[in-house]
Write a protein that binds this ligand. Structure first.
Ligand code: ADP
Ligand code: MG
Length: 240
């Protein structure tokens, strides 16, 4: 579903993605962990072309990333992204947040988009909030709306960049539970998170990044019990 080959990216002199090789199979859940500044967000953002790479290739569902136009809009619909800050449209209702994309980009009729939108809000457990504005919801509820909004575009793959790190502890679980459901439902996912419980429950594979490189790659079981590199050992000692 996603294939990155020999990917290099610089910000000025800073080589932020180095020799990245990554293949994500359909239905696979890959968790990316690593110290702050190691390139995790840039890796995610490169997959839906929010960041442009200088060298290498990225292919999503068999197609190289398009540069612009309709193809780029299609890519952004195919590759859903959920950020730490929920980025909902503040002046639209919860339901409108979910239906806007399908109406504008997918060309759905409003009645159909509303029906599907309510189903998705129910799936993430916030259908009772449909008529409210985002600010009237808790952080956990807002993040679940953001997930529903991505799902409304029928993405082929979902990227999550630290989706729970801005949330109060009691709201983290409700968002992670939603993500576990998605994973169990067969969604292809790339998830940047330090929530080891999620990694253990849902991940097929853990990537450990440091200094712009994927330095270790393993099953969650093997990675957490027996990290191979000093960098990974060090990092796990700090967060566990
Ligand atoms: P992570 O998500 O692992 O914390 P990032 O991908 O955000 O890491 O950042 C990787 C490196 O690139 C960091 O050193 C960061 O400061 C730098 N960086 C990220 N975005 C930009 C940008 N837009 N311009 C310049 N440097 C950036
Ligand atoms: Mg980041």
């Amino acid at each position: 579903m996603v294939a990155m080959h020999d990917v290099q990216k610089w910000f000025g002199d800073l080589h932020v993605l180095q020799d990245i090789e990554l293949e994500v199979a359909p239905g696979e859940v890959v968790v990316v962990i690593g110290p702050s500044g190691s390139g995790k967000s840039t890796l995610c953002r490169a997959i839906n072309r929010l960041e442009v790479i200088q060298e290498g290739t990225i292919v999503v569902d068999g197609k190289p990333l398009p540069d612009e136009g309709k193809e780029l809009a299609q890519l952004r619909a195919d590759v859903g992204m959920v950020f730490q800050s929920f980025n909902l449209f503040a002046h639209k209702t919860v339901l409108e947040n979910v239906t806007l994309g399908p109406i504008k980009v997918r060309g759905l009729k409003k009645a159909d988009a509303d029906k599907r939108g309510m189903e998705l809000l129910a799936r993430v457990g916030v259908d009772s909030q449909a008529g409210k504005l985002p600010a009237q919801l808790s952080g956990g509820q807002q993040q679940r709306v953001a997930i529903a909004r991505s799902l409304a575009m029928d993405p082929k793959v979902m990227l999550f960049d630290e989706p729970t790190s801005a949330l109060d502890p009691e709201m983290i679980k409700e968002v992670l539970d939603t993500m576990v459901d998605l994973a169990k439902g067969g969604m292809t996912m790339v998830v940047v998170t330090h929530e080891m419980g999620f990694a253990r429950t849902a991940a097929d594979r853990v990537l450990f990044m440091a200094d712009g490189r994927i330095v270790e790659e393993n099953t969650p079981q093997a990675f957490f019990t027996n990290p191979q590199t000093p960098r990974a050992k060090d990092f796990l000692a700090k967060i566990l």
